[in-house]
Design a protein around this ligand. Sequence first.
Ligand code: NAD
Length: 352
Amino acid sequence: TNLQRHILITGGAGFIGSHVVRLFVNAYPHDKIINLDALTYAGNLENLKDIEDKPNYTFIKGDICDYEGLLRIFKEHSIDGVIHLAAESHVDRSITDPFSFARTNVLGTLNLLEAARQTWQPDFTGKRFYHISTDEVYGALSFDDAAFCETNRYDPHSPYSASKASSDHFVRAYHDTYGLPVILSNCSNNYGPYQFPEKLIPLFINNIRHNKALPVYGKGENVRDWLYVEDHARAIDLLFHKGKSGETYNIGGKNEWKNIDLIKALIRTVDRLLKRPEGSSDKLITYVTDRAGHDLRYAIDSSKITHELGWHPSVAFEEGIENTVRWYLENQEWLDRITGGEYQKYYEKMYG
Ligand code: NAD
C-alpha cells in the first residue's frame, strides 16, 4: 500500500539504532521516521549527520522512562510502529551500576509497551511493536554445545542480560495478555562504524593505533559470534515488515571468534593499514583479571529467519573487519570528540 507509516525508533542515536534509522529514512521515503533518544553518553547525533535534513526524519530528545512524554509522542505523531533499541548496553557498566539498567531496559520498555497499548487499543490492526534484544539472555555455552535456538530457556548471568531478559518477558506478556502485536529478535555481537569506543572492537582499534595496552579478559578464550551491523539493520527491516506477530527470531553471523584470535586479527589489520611491520603491535596484548560472571561462549542459530524470510549475513568477516578498521582510522576526530569528555574518566576508572 501507499499508506504512510509513522515509525518510532528508540535509541536511534546509538550504534545499531543509527544504522537502522539511516536504512529506514533512505529506504522508506514515504514513511515518517521519528528517532527518540535521551542522548546519554552513548547517544551521538553526529552518527546521523548524513540524513538529518531528510524530510521524512524527525529527532526528539526524550527519555523512555518518561511515560507521559511517551503518550504525548504517540498521540502527536500518530505512531503506528515501534522499533525499540534504546537501552543501557554495556555489560561492564551494568556490573558497577545495575539500577540504571533496570530503569531504562526494564521500566523504559514497560513504559513504551503501555504507551503503545493505551494509544492503540481497542484496534491493533496495522500496528507493530518490535523489540530488539540480545543473545546474552540465553546464558553461556560450553565449547561443544549447540548454538542458541529461539526455544532455548532464558539463563541470564549479568545485570545487563538480566535486564534484557526481563524486558523480553514483558514484551511477550503484552502479546499474550493484551494481544499487542509484538515481534522480538535476539542478536549476537554487532561490529562496524559508529560503535561507542568502550566496546571491544573500536576500543582495541584505537588502542592499537595509539600504542596503548589491549586489556584482554582472562586468557582471551571467550567465544563470541560477530555480525556486521548493517546485516543486523537489514534483518530488522525484514522482520519489522515481514516477521510473524508474536514470534521471536534469532539473528547471528555464523562467525564465532575466540577473543584473542579476534584481537590478533585486529592487530594485523591495523598494522597493515598503518604500514607498520607485521607483528609490531603484538606486545600491546595485556591479560587482565577476567570479568565477573564472564560467559564462556555465545553462538546463535539463525536458521529460522533464514528459512522463513531468506535473511543471511551478507558481509564476510574479513571484509567487515577491514571496513571497520578503515572507518575508525579515517574518523579519528569522531573518536577524539567522544573519548575527550566524560568517557575518559570512566575509562580510567575501569582500566586505570
Ligand atoms: P548503544 O549504547 O550504542 O545505544 C543506545 C542508545 O539508547 C543511545 O543512543 C542512548 O542515548 C539511548 N538511550 C539510553 N537510555 C535511554 C533512555 N532512557 N531513553 C531514551 N534513549 C536512551 O547500544 P547499541 O549497541 O546500539 O544497542 C542497541 C540495542 O540493541 C540495545 O537494546 C541492545 O541491548 C541491543 N543489542 C546490541 C548488540 C550489540 O552488539 N551492540 C547486540 C544485540 C542486541
